[in-house]
Write a protein that binds this ligand. Structure first.
Ligand code: SF4
Length: 270
């Protein structure tokens, strides 16, 4: 790598990389599943789920022959089940017509996932820019980077560096590229305080430039009610709806995850 900061991040990663099962493969389908799973689910949960998934449906053709009900049941617990629906729809398109040149033509494949497949499966010099990579670029490599030469390792390294070191709350005290970092200077003592295990200081003035996104509470949300209702439908096949199930049921039907029969009961999609 020509950029010494990128080379240093790769060196840090080589000594500290997490063991993730999908890093052993360059198969397009396997990488695609891993990226979709881990996009909104923790890496630890995704890793176990990915291994189960790949044992059950090891190829895109195997997934294409599965029922949507089985796919949703396997996915259940990972959250955001439209991801599973889109994987299934896309698998059927690929099984029928092959992989499109432009992967974003597949349902659920956006610019990030397409770039991740190109980098982590096809090993093309295309950096997939998720929120963690974007943060690293903004803070430490604002001029952008060229990952030609070793795109797979560079992409993996920068992504994990953004997850674990240059995180929303940066661990500047452990950072291998803190020398010359313009952002650590802007943060002053705040970043160092955040990286210390028992730090409790108030954010410094520079912290305003590094917002920490707050999640909406899951408890009591429509998303929680939808998840519970989908779980019941997948387990029981058919569910008599209570009055307070109706909003969640409408959402599941609109998303193609379940359907209402003539008696107004919620059923699995196939
Ligand atoms: S010094 Fe801090 S802000 Fe700069 S790259 Fe390292 S972790 Fe990120």
């Amino acid at each position: 790598m020509r950029d010494p900061a990128v080379a240093a991040v790769i060196e840090w990663w080589s000594a500290n990389a997490r063991a993730l099962p999908w890093r052993a493969t360059r198969d397009v389908y396997a990488v695609w599943v891993s990226e979709v799973m881990s996009s909104q689910t923790t890496v630890a949960r995704s890793a176990a789920a990915w291994e189960r998934w790949m044992r059950r449906w090891p190829t895109v053709h195997a997934l294409a022959t599965a029922s949507l009900t089985d796919v949703l049941a396997e996915w259940h617990g990972l959250g955001y089940p439209r991801r599973a629906r889109d994987l299934h729809r896309s698998a059927r398109i690929v099984a029928a017509s092959g992989w499109p040149d432009d992967l974003t033509q597949l349902p659920g494949v956006g610019a990030y996932v397409a770039a991740a497949i190109r980098c982590f499966a096809l090993q093309e010099p295309v950096l997939p820019v998720d929120v963690n990579v974007r943060r690293v670029l903004d803070r430490r490599l604002p001029g952008g980077i060229d990952i030609a030469g070793d795109p797979w390792r560079a992409g993996q390294a920068i992504m994990e560096f953004g997850q674990r070191i240059c995180a929303a709350r940066p661990r500047c005290g452990e950072c291998p590229v803190s020398d010359g970092c313009p952002t650590v200077g802007a943060l002053g003592g705040a970043a160092a305080a955040r990286s210390a295990p028992r730090a409790r200081s108030a954010p410094g003035p520079g912290a305003a430039s590094l917002p920490v996104r707050r999640r909406r509470p899951y408890e009591g949300s429509v998303r929680q009610r939808r998840g519970r209702l989908l779980g019941r439908v997948l387990a029981e096949g058919v569910v008599e709806l209570a009055a307070d199930d109706r909003e969640a049921a409408r959402g599941l039907v609109a998303d193609g995850l379940a359907f209402l029969d003539d008696a107004g009961r919620l059923r699995t999609p196939d």
